[in-house]
Design a binder for this molecule. Structure first.
Ligand SMILES: C=C(O[C@@H]1C=C(C(=O)O)C=C[C@H]1O)C(=O)O
Length: 423
């Protein structure tokens, strides 16, 4: 557990309304910011009031929540409600929009037993939501050397843990395990190494992702950066929402081909089965937490710039005061990134993928002081370190999966981060 040194305690938190900042990424003064943006709205942060590495283990989400409570106990929220962001009197109140006051951004590893899960409470958070914008500062403003964004320059690529043919072979083995009755679905991913000419500055990548994938959540948390279409859970008070994705096809070559591919995806027994596994896992995780849960019977199509997915939008009302992290703890890993049954699917992933997923396919997002927040599944992303990036993409594998088609799907998903790097 660590908090930034040199800060006077308790840390004064101030949230003030600001004029429309326009492009949130353009406001970022540093190369390694925190960000969560969709359709131009969201939160971006810089500086660190507190940061921790969450110890691995089954209790990691509970540990994270407690850490956050201890950080918040050390803050003075008295100024937060003033100046029009909440009711007069300045106390934390339900009238605040989510994301007002102190916010922690977080990334959790896919595998609970691996290190690398991180929570960061930025010193400055700029937010834009529903026609309002606000700036939260914690303690003294950070002493920053503002730097202009720098492009990564030329990029070269190399295989990650498995070459493309080795990965196809792993898919074939997973298909065999499914056909032999060991499990129903698993999800296999691969990694790709990228080396850039310059140290990788998150900002140009975030700008390109937010522009090209407006329906996705463009994120940056502790070096994990990407644009995921998959909302694990959003909590606003007792209301929760989740967008379950599984089942993928390419975009078409022209409008008619695009519609035909979408129709074929909706009609595909393999993809519908794959999708049902993911929806069932979400329903089973949420039902015990919810007084009300609405899961549509039929999926819809979600078209992104690179691929189209089967999508089910789930809504619910929490029965008690579970925070968004409690809900994340109950949901992760869904069968969209693990499989069915979960434990066997995770064994197969460990046996066949030959790599550590780190934050890929883990929960990524933010939580505020009331337990509201938004968490996605970290897909279409990469881990940035200096001038290197490790990119990830995976596919749901069923008994009738074709290894070559799954490889093509994984390549299409990798295009998101290749575009972020290369433009
Ligand atoms: C695993 C990934 O995506 C997941 C797998 C999908 C599929 O196989 O159809 C679709 C959406 C995601 O739930 C990924 O993008 O890496």
């Amino acid at each position: 557990m660590s908090v930034a040194i040199g800060l006077t305690r308790p840390l004064a938190v101030r949230t003030l309304p600001v004029g429309d900042p326009g492009d949130l990424v353009a406001a970022l003064p540093t190369a390694a910011p925190s960000a969560w943006i969709r359709r131009g709205e969201g939160l971006v942060g810089w500086g660190e009031a507190a940061r921790t590495e969450v110890p691995p283990g089954p209790g990691r989400f509970a540990w994270a929540r407690e850490w956050l409570s201890s950080v918040l106990a050390d803050t003075d929220l008295a100024d937060t409600g003033r100046a029009g962001m909440g009711p007069p009197g300045g106390k934390a109140d339900d009238a605040w929009p989510p994301g007002v006051g102190p916010v922690a951004f977080g990334s959790f590893t896919f595998d609970p037993d691996r290190p690398g899960s991180v929570l960061v409470v930025p010193k400055v958070v700029l937010a834009r939501r529903g026609g309002r914008a606000w700036l939260t500062t914690i303690g003294d403003p950070p002493e920053l050397e503002e730097s202009p964004p720098v492009e990564p320059g030329g990029i070269s690529y190399g295989d990650g843990s498995l070459t493309a043919p080795e990965w196809e072979h792993a898919v074939a083995r997973a298909v065999h395990a499914i056909r032999s009755g060991r499990l129903e679905k698993t999800v296999l991913a691969r990694d790709l190494m990228a080396v850039a000419e310059n140290p990788i500055d998150a900002r140009p990548l975030l700008s390109r992702l937010a522009d090209r994938y407006p329906d996705c959540y463009t994120f940056s948390v502790a070096g994990l950066l990407g644009a995921t279409p998959e909302l694990l859970v959003r909590r606003v008070g007792s209301e929760i929402e989740s967008l379950v994705l599984a089942g993928t096809t390419a975009r078409g070559d022209g409008a008619a081909d695009d519609v035909a591919r979408g129709a074929a995806l909706i009609a595909s027994a393999k993809d519908r089965h794959e999708h049902d596994c993911a929806v069932s896992s979400v329903r089973e995780a949420l039902a015990p937490l919810c007084a009300d849960l609405n899961v549509p019977d039929e999926p819809e199509l979600l078209a992104l710039a690179n691929v189209q997915h089967l999508a089910t939008f789930v809504t619910g009302k929490l029965a008690d005061g579970a925070s968004v992290l409690d809900v994340v703890a109950a949901m992760h890993p869904t069968a969209a990134v693990g499989g069915t049954p979960t434990a066997t699917a995770l064994d197969v992933i460990r046996e066949l993928e030959g790599m550590d997923r780190a934050g890929y396919a883990g929960p990524v997002g933010w939580i505020d002081s009331r337990g509201d927040g938004e968490w996605g599944i970290a897909l279409r992303c990469g881990i940035i370190e200096g001038n290197k990036a490790r990119l990830f993409a995976g596919c749901g594998i069923m008994g009738d999966s074709d290894p070559a088609a799954e490889l093509a799907e994984a390549q299409a998903k990798l295009r998101v981060m290749r575009y972020a790097l290369e433009g």
